[in-house]
Ligand binder design. Sequence first.
Ligand code: XIL
Length: 372
Amino acid sequence: MFPTRRRLLAGSAGAFAAVAAPPPLLAQTPPWAPPAPSGLDAIAERKRMFFGSAVDNAQLRDDPALMARVAAECGMVVSEAGFKWAALEPEAGRFDFASADALLRFAAEHRQRVRGHTLVWHEANPKWLDDALTPRSGESILAGYIDTVCSHFRGQLVHWDVVNEPLHPEDGQPLGLRATPWLRALGPRYLDLAFHATAQSDPAALRVLNEFGLDYAVPWQERRRAALLTLLETLLKRGVPVQAVGLQGHLNAAETALDQGVVARFVADIAAMGLLVLVTELDVRDDGLPADIPLRDAAVANHARTWLDAVLPNPAVRGVLTWGLSDRRSWLNEKFPRADGLPQRPLPLDADLRPKKLWDAIAGAFAAVPER
Ligand code: XIL
């Protein structure tokens, strides 16, 4: 599988070279199982793209049936919370890489790539960081953390989400930036520092700016799209080494303002700056839909297909990860619980690990991408 990938991807220019090199395999424990030829990653690979999903630490530890499906469907994995600051440095100066390394071992055994999520965010930070972060200490804390973490994983991750969710135009800050502790301590240059530090400590990992709320033709998302394009232009102009945009792709099946032209133009605008695009956290909320399962599954699938058909054909777009593989567990049940108490059905496999219409929609969207 890797030789094929390497051959297909070799020769791609510029930033994509970083994606093309698979991570060195850790100690192999044969027999390893590469993603199944009938899985979503294999379907994506026919277009030189990838499919993957987020995995949670507890699933990796306790749910071998789910992990077998992850092995079969995914060419890439990402940890839901295991690479966030609170997980990696729970106390100042005490790093804990045990769970993150367990995911790396799983991925190596199944010949999967791993992406890192995320270095700089305003959530999932350890309590000590709130107290420690000041305008004086900010730069050395940020640079020191990135150096330690990126050096630990150096050469093993294909992407890093260097900065996650930096935008919130409603905060009234320069460039539409979110009023985070990082912005307060360092101003907008926290982004510069983070991207430069990552480039220095793990130059081969594709450096991604990851963001949500960019999908619909509604005013607040229009503002976020405009802010993101301006931010990217500003960063690139001052030599900040950002290489890709992660569209989280947290969709809502009840949202009617889905305009394929708007979505495709936005992706094209990012691509025109020479940046790659990844779909990093696809899932589809159904809390605005009635309880009926066939109805929900069809609406979720149609909605995702409409959005994916607008995103994927652009050659700058390299792949899709869903935020979990099976409805067994989704963050959406905590974040946006359905009023009727039923679990949401936002992911490609149902709770019994059977493919749903969303699986077909993702497979169909990859199949519809023109040859690359
Ligand atoms: C979520 C996880 O899924 C939850 O388990 C956790 O409690 C909070 O974070 N955008 C992101 C992800 O970038 O990191 C978030 O993940 C979901 C929204």
